[in-house]
Design a protein around this ligand. Structure first.
Ligand code: PLP
Length: 443
């Protein structure tokens, strides 16, 4: 079949706008008639630099990214960021405390020798790590679960506080987000505690079809001072640039490109600048080795400070992949104009409502998996006839016949999943809806 005939609802990699794919052919062979393709030019060439600068500028425009944030292009996927956030934010936690410890010790004993101070700092930090280091995770689906497991693997489960395991309130399955007053976040200073290194959540759970509808109230800023704030990390891999986001509420936002903005190989991290040097320097490696916290110091290619200092060109960045993401963003900027990402949000909502509307019309035939209050606009997970194997096979076979592809749910949960990312045209959603109706009426 031709590209135009296929409606693809895969969860990632996902469809790209046809205009970008078509321009990509030329860009891969002979970019701007320079005689070379983008897979061949140097990542340090002026051409690559312009692609990088344009991508940053367009992303800033789309998400209204404040000046005190750095945009980093990285390469280890969403999974790489599961590790990166731990390496980086635990380092920030250590460095902030190292500075406080050093200041306190020097205040008490202004003439102390450096070696003596360092030893006392070490003693104090060792105790603080042991007693106070906590990484808070809200586990609302398979990806935040994986992220929390990676944190436990890197630093040890003792330091990981699963502040919410959404399965517990839902018969062992993901699909609901319990009320915030049931979460057990590490208390901040004003709440009588010592706070955590960060609070992590996944904004949209791709496998389970669960999306936070709004920013959680209990993660709102608790105070300006570093001892009293919650540093919030969000994985937006599967709802990136699909709705308005108040970036200023986050310490780090990250997402792989392969769902809403490009192809695999580029991961975007938006990081608050005061978590990078010079405001927060990386703690001395010797101290980290001595403190012996697994995962620290981390691989240099996951080190935000290093990537920021090198304008995302510490090592070879895949420029062709970056160009694709940049092109998608540039097109969004020119299509949406002043509406920025709110325009995209409207489109995404409209498409999701069409699909959910049709599923809800036939409750005997289709059952949406997650609770109504947290349904994802991006990954629409449903069962056919309560998960009846024959019926689900029949549904998929009928869909394939109509060239509606990629509708099978994730292998870990089964069922159906229609992914409704930015590049899925309304027309394809309408084709899916027509099939949903036809299938239901034929039962
Ligand atoms: N986070 C979310 C929400 C995802 O959907 C995925 C992949 O599908 C990942 C992280 C992992 O991304 P990657 O495969 O790029 O490591």
């Amino acid at each position: 079949p031709s590209r135009q005939e296929v409606s693809y609802f895969g969860a990632g990699p996902a469809p790209l706008p046809t205009s970008v794919v078509e321009a990509g052919g030329k860009a891969f062979v002979n970019y701007n008639d320079c005689g070379l393709g983008l897979g061949e030019i140097s990542h340090r060439s002026p051409t690559a630099n312009k692609i990088l600068a344009d991508a940053k500028a367009n992303l800033s425009t789309l998400l209204d990214i404040p000046d005190n944030y750095e945009i980093l292009f990285m390469q280890a996927g969403g999974s790489g960021e599961f590790s990166a956030v731990v390496h980086n934010l635990v380092s920030v936690w250590i460095e902030r405390r190292r500075r406080r410890a050093e200041a306190d010790i020097l205040k008490a004993n202004p003439g102390a020798e450096k070696e003596q101070v360092d030893e006392q700092v070490f003693q104090r930090l060792q105790k603080e790590v042991d007693e106070e280091l906590k990484l808070d995770y809200l586990v609302t689906g398979s990806w935040s679960l994986k992220a929390s497991q990676e944190a436990a693997r890197l630093v040890g489960s003792k330091y990981v506080n699963v502040a919410l395991d959404a399965r517990k309130a839902n018969n062992g399955k993901f699909g609901k987000i319990p009320a915030e007053d049931t979460w057990s976040l590490t208390p901040t200073k004003r709440e009588g505690g010592k706070g955590s290194a960060f609070v992590y959540f996944c904004d949209n759970e791709t496998v389970d079809g669960v999306e936070f509808q709004t920013f959680p109230k209990s993660l709102e800023a608790q105070g300006q001072d570093e001892e009293d704030e919650r540093l919030v990390i969000a994985d937006m891999s599967s709802n990136f640039i699909s709705r308005k986001v108040d970036v200023s509420k986050y310490a780090v936002i990250f997402g792989g490109a392969q769902k809403n903005i490009g192809v695999t190989g580029i991961t975007i991290a938006i990081v608050r600048k005061d978590l990078l040097p010079p405001q927060t320097a990386t703690p001395p490696p010797a101290l980290l080795h001595r403190l012996n916290i697994g995962g620290l110091p981390g691989p240099v290619v996951l080190d935000y400070a290093t990537i920021a200092k090198n304008n995302s060109l510490y090592n070879t960045l895949p420029i062709f992949n970056l160009w694709i993401a940049g092109q998608v963003m540039a097109d969004l900027v020119s299509e949406l104009g002043a509406q920025k990402v709110s325009g995209q949000e409207e489109i995404a909502n409209k498409k999701a409502q069409l699909i959910y509307g049709s599923l809800d019309k036939y409750p005997q035939i289709y059952q949406v998996v997650p609770d109504k209050s947290i349904r994802s606009r991006m990954n629409i997970c449903f069962r056919v006839n309560g998960g009846d194997e024959t019926k689900e096979k029949e549904f998929i076979a009928g869909a394939e016949k109509r060239l509606l592809q990629g509708l099978k749910g994730h292998r870990s949960v089964g069922g159906m999943r229609a992914s409704n990312y930015n590049a899925v045209p309304l027309e394809n959603v309408q084709k899916l809806v027509a099939y949903l109706e036809e299938f239901a009426n034929g039962q």
